[in-house]
Design a binder for this molecule. Sequence first.
Ligand code: XIL
Length: 371
Amino acid sequence: MKFLASPNDCGELSAAMNCQICLHLAGRILTLIVLFSAAPQTLREAANSTGMLVSAAVRPDLFSEPAYAETLAREFNMVEPEDVLKWWVVRRQPGSFDFRQGDEVVAFAHAHGMKVRGHCLVWDHDHPQWLAQSHLTPAQLSDLLQEHITTVMKHYAGQVFAWDVVNEALDEKGQVKDSIWYNRPGIGLAEKETGYVEQAFRWARAADPQALLFYNEGGGEVLNRKSDAIYAMVKDFKHRGVPIDGVGLQMHISQLDFDEAAVTNNIARLTALGLQVHITELDVALPTNSTGQAQNDDLQKQADIYRRVVRACRQNPGCTAIQTWGFTDKYSWIVSHSHGTQGGALLLDRAYKPKPAYNVMLQELSAPRNR
Ligand code: XIL
């Protein structure tokens, strides 16, 4: 054992201690640098770091599958029920509401600190038979729709922050589509073009004044007659004070080409009206062989399209959410929708393994905005 005997010994000791403190501090600083500069490991981390919402459409009957639930909670900071807030689920029986499956989605989101987006209150698809085959008068349909919007939105007030109030009201030519709510027989505004859409938004605002109200549409992502009609409608709404907060661009892509500039310009003109844009149903369907496999080349092209969609959105601060329509190829609507000719449309394969599209999305979401 060494005893301190001279001033010199003291000097050595303090130098050694200083050195130790220095090393300790240097170690700490290094750890902090590594922690703060570590690249995000998940889509959720990446989106959080740049203030975006990254989301997927979900089916609550799959929450019991561990890989499904774990992946969902790890990768996304928002969810949207793919089907369980549609009329055929919520209004299975006339005269009653069934919120059980919607409530499961909300509970999952709550448990994992995620936001919930609601889809959808007014659509001409996925109706229960009793409604599709009903012979209700316009006055009865008007009451039914108002009651539906009001009851569903009040049930989820404070839990669902944004709603697709009206889904797919326009056709490819930009005309208002024939539908039970518009003119077959409609809610009494059949001569008024987008009048029934306007009425739905007014009811929605009254039902939950805090919720963000979106018009959601497919096929109007680039510049075409449909997107021109969406733009004209929402511009008119904004000018006349009809309550609307955003436009959802579905983005179901089924051809391996993508006009990024057109989407960028479309997002720019919508946000210039003071509206938010959400990408709501992104998937990129690929041709598949008889065993459901896509080609490697196509997986790369798909990744490139995902990259350009994310860029188009992130370039514009008014584009605040990117949502894919599901997240694993194991459960994607594309296979049945395309009668088995397409598939592989999502970010993860059927074994939940990241595809090139996932890696690209992670990179793009991690990059600073407005590069
Ligand atoms: C689809 C679902 O993915 C399917 O499970 C369901 O059978 C039909 O609807 N546009 C929309 C979505 O707004 O609600 C649709 O979802 C896909 C097209």
